[in-house]
Design a binder for this molecule. Structure first.
Ligand SMILES: [Zn+2]
Length: 383
């Protein structure tokens, strides 16, 4: 439990959410609301509800007062009040209550279902920047019609376009963990290998009508092209939906790649990491170009968020951890992520003051690094 002093210090710290998604325009029914309270993609067992969890309880406690209800409100009352206010007003209230100063948005997953980036910025009253998803860029290139020998150049060109201009993405993201597993050969594939793999992929896509890239050689090629682009490269690791095999999403599996990529100096951002957050903390501590967050775990572990954040900070230097909510679909998750993170950070940093006798200024400096400054420095975000 954080002391009043630590809570006060962390409350004043700005947050940059370096991995987050957009929100649904509206939530029409309870089933839709509950679908975003689980990574399972499935409804709860008959007669049961995902509100019967610490995540569900935290949603009501945190969000009901923002919609003028008591924190003890039930799910049905919450939903009917949300509908009464309308999606736009509910989104605006919840997003603004989060008090996050900047959002780095991955709009690549189910982007068509969600409000676009400009609208999200208006609703949240904050600056929003884009992250380019490597696999999606590759699929767009294939969709435009390329052949095996033209793929590598077309992909590089398209990625460079994503990373330039006034609307430039400030980082790239890889979902290697979902498409294959992090246990790939870490070596950069050569041009002939890439050409052959692109041919296999495009032939298969023509046959099946499915463009989803999962060829391990191509996935490695996308990662290495991303590393060479120089902007921070995010990797999904750890906790996620059932498309991944959890044991193959342990960030320690990236050690070979991290070592080989070191000479490039490109920041490698390990997202989520839980339940492997101690592995990620270790990697961030020993490799200068590695950073991490505990992302969506903060929401999914409910009232245990302070314990998880404390474990993540056991060995990590303060300049290597970032804030992310990984909120997806629900403005509620944006707010809950920010509230839970601030609470957890205050508790995790409290021993710095109470036990280690550091000044309030030093505690504030550590909180600022983790909350916003590390993201601003690594992604080169203008102040
Ligand atoms: Zn995400």
């Amino acid at each position: 439990m954080a002391s009043e002093a630590a809570r006060h210090i962390v409350e004043a710290v700005p947050l940059v959410d370096h991995h987050v998604h957009s929100v649904l325009r509206d939530v029409s029914d309870r089933e839709t609301l509950e679908r975003f309270l689980t990574e399972s993609g499935q409804p709860a067992a008959p007669g049961h509800s995902y509100f019967d969890s610490f995540l569900g309880a935290a949603l009501l406690r945190t969000c009901a007062p923002i919609l003028d209800l008591p924190p003890a409100a039930g799910p049905d009352d919450y939903l009917s009040r949300r509908k009464e206010l309308g999606g736009e007003e509910a989104n605006r209230r919840l997003l603004r209550a989060a008090g996050v100063s900047e959002l780095l948005v991955d709009h690549g997953f189910r982007g068509d279902d969600l409000v676009d980036v400009a609208e999200l910025a208006e609703l949240a009253g904050t600056r929003v920047r884009r992250i380019a998803r490597l696999e999606q860029v590759a699929e767009a290139v294939a969709n435009d019609g390329t052949d095996a020998s033209g793929f590598a150049a077309a992909f590089a060109e398209r990625l460079a376009a994503e990373l330039s201009g006034p609307d430039a993405a400030v980082g790239c993201k890889s979902v290697l963990a979902y498409r294959h597993g992090l246990d790939v050969d870490p070596a950069e594939p050569g041009p002939a290998e890439v050409r052959e793999a692109a041919g296999e992929w495009l032939n298969e896509a023509r046959r099946s009508g499915e463009l989803r890239v999962s060829h391990p050689v191509l996935l490695r090629h996308l990662v290495w092209t991303g590393l060479r682009a120089g902007v921070p490269l995010q990797f999904h690791t750890g906790y996620g939906d059932p498309d991944l095999e959890l044991n193959r999403s342990d960030p320690a599996l990236l050690t070979g790649l991290i070592r080989r990529a070191a000479p490039l100096g490109t920041p490698i951002m390990l997202l989520h990491c839980y339940p492997y957050h101690r592995q990620a903390a270790y990697l961030s501590g020993v490799y200068p170009h590695v950073y991490f967050d505990v992302g969506l775990a903060i929401n999914y572990v409910g009232y245990r968020a302070p314990a998880v954040l404390a474990e993540a900070l056991e060995s990590a230097p303060f300049h290597k951890m970032l804030y992310s909510s990984d909120a997806f679909g629900l403005a509620e998750l944006h707010l809950m992520g920010a509230v839970a993170f601030r609470e957890a950070l205050a508790a995790a940093l409290d021993p710095l003051r109470a036990r280690e006798q550091r000044s309030a200024h030093e505690v504030s400096r550590a909180a600022s690094m983790i909350g916003a400054d590390n993201a601003r420095r690594v992604y080169k975000l203008p102040a």
